[in-house]
Ligand binder design. Structure first.
Ligand SMILES: Cc1cc2nc3c(=O)[nH]c(=O)nc-3n(C[C@H](O)[C@H](O)[C@H](O)COP(=O)(O)OP(=O)(O)OC[C@H]3O[C@@H](n4cnc5c(N)ncnc54)[C@H](O)[C@@H]3O)c2cc1C
Length: 401
């Protein structure tokens, strides 16, 4: 009998896992992808959307044609619950049973971390398409009535790369608008030092960022929590206040609610507890990849600092899961293992017309090698990578690097 594989989520993790499995098994499985969104979103380009450098249509594509081309069923529905004992997933529209399940449902913003965040709050964020579009409306208003700017991340956030990228892109846009001298730009972060990035930092990262901050005239307030955001005012945990006309603050991420509610597979944040095979700790036939998977934070800092589960490790996890599901279906033992911390770190931090390319042999310390290469080539690389990745994902060429 043909095995039934259900993949929940159709972005970096779900798209890669489903197509990789399809290729591993040469079509010899019934693979269905269920996703709440019917479009792929290239989240790394959300940093450019508020400045009008990208439109939604530049960084998204419809998922159905991609899956159709590869013979994978695509179901545009939202999962509302699942039962790992009955091996069943319920959506807004019906029930689906499975032999193997891959959870790749990513993140939700946790706006409850402090008062004053979220759609009814006083600071923008850029972590979803809708958020980034609102941040863009705010930016256009700001240009007509400029003042000081705060950019940063709350305690518990992990997506620091996006905060830094938005900061430097803002500085670049201010210069283009002739506003650089009159706007005070402040960066606020729970990281213990500049350039920690939620991965413990890389050699010379702190000094490089300090140099960037000095050159751009940006004030840094690190190793701090936030208390609340009010109209035009951010209050830090120690009572300090920073006024602003425009603020972009990255909140912590959490997993989806339906995952959190499911048969004890998740932690208190709704992240699935996984092994290095990306099987859930509790059920051999339930896998989880990408942001939805739990990665324990290996350090203690005075303010909680999350770990960025970026695109490259998400793809890696998806390939490991696909290989193991294929082995299991073929009756072979599971041979693919890769702990999150051992996956190489490959990232580009964009700074508008400049940037930093980052490589390290491992996502998390202890590492043997780590290097940061600053310069305008980083910006060109990010532009080229966006085009390449969108092409690769749209065509389903997930075995390409
Ligand atoms: C602003 C920003 C900038 C970033 N920049 C970079 C970068 O420069 N480089 C990099 O490598 N990474 C970057 N990342 C991280 C990268 O976007 C993530 O690693 C990636 O999105 C993780 O993919 P995922 O598939 O795990 O989750 P997601 O991308 O969150 O996808 C989750 C999918 O699950 C679906 N879903 C959610 N809930 C349900 C449900 N109940 N039922 C069905 N489907 C559901 C969603 O619709 C979506 O399709 C950035 C992220 C952000 C937010």
């Amino acid at each position: 009998m043909v095995s039934k594989v259900l993949v929940l989520g159709g972005n970096f993790g779900g798209l890669t896992a489903s197509l990789a499995l399809h290729h591993e098994l040469k079509g010899d499985a019934d693979i269905k992808v269920i996703s709440a969104s019917d479009h792929f979103l290239f989240n790394p380009s959300l940093i450019w959307l508020p400045f009008g450098k990208r439109k939604a249509s530049d960084i998204t594509f419809p998922l159905a044609p991609t899956f159709d081309r590869h013979g994978i069923d695509f179901i545009h529905e939202e999962v509302v619950s699942m039962d790992c004992l009955k091996k069943e997933v319920r959506t807004s529209n019906g029930n689906y049973s499975y032999d193997y399940l891959v959870i790749a449902t990513g993140y939700r913003n946790n706006f409850n971390v402090i008062e004053g965040l979220g759609p009814d709050g006083f600071a923008y964020t850029i972590t979803t398409l809708k958020d980034a579009m609102q941040a863009g409306e705010g930016w256009r208003k700001f240009l007509n009535d400029p003042g000081n700017i705060v950019i940063g991340a709350t305690q518990g956030a992990g997506c620091f790369g996006a905060a830094y990228e938005y900061l430097f892109n803002t500085a670049h846009q201010l210069r283009k608008a002739g506003l650089k001298k009159q706007v005070k730009l402040t960066f606020v972060s729970p990281e213990p030092f500049l350039g920690h990035f939620g991965i413990g930092g890389l050699p010379h990262g702190e000094s490089l960022l300090k140099m960037f901050f000095k050159k751009e005239g940006i004030e840094a307030v690190v190793d701090t929590g936030m208390e609340r955001v009010e109209k035009n005012m951010l209050t830090l945990s120690d009572g300090r206040k920073i006024d602003f006309k425009y603020a972009m603050i990255i909140p912590p991420f959490v997993g989806q609610d339906f995952v959190k509610r499911t048969n004890e597979i998740a932690d208190e944040k709704g992240y699935v507890i996984v092994r290095d095979t990306y099987q859930s700790q509790k059920y051999d036939d339930v896998y989880c990849v990408g942001v939805a998977a739990q990665v324990p934070v290996p350090w203690h800092t005075s303010n909680p600092v999350g770990i960025p589960k970026t695109g490259f490790p998400t793809e890696k996890m998806a390939h490991v899961a696909a290989k193991n599901i294929a082995s299991s279906i073929k009756g072979e033992s599971l041979t693919s293992h890769e702990a999150f911390g051992d996956i190489p770190a490959v990232c580009v931090m964009d700074a508008g017309n400049n940037g930093v390319i980052m490589f390290a042999d491992k996502m998390l310390p202890p590492r043997k090698h780590g290097i940061l290469i600053p310069g305008p080539q980083a910006h060109s690389m990010k532009l080229a990578f966006e085009k390449y990745f969108m092409w690769k994902a749209k065509h389903g060429y997930v075995s390409l690097p």
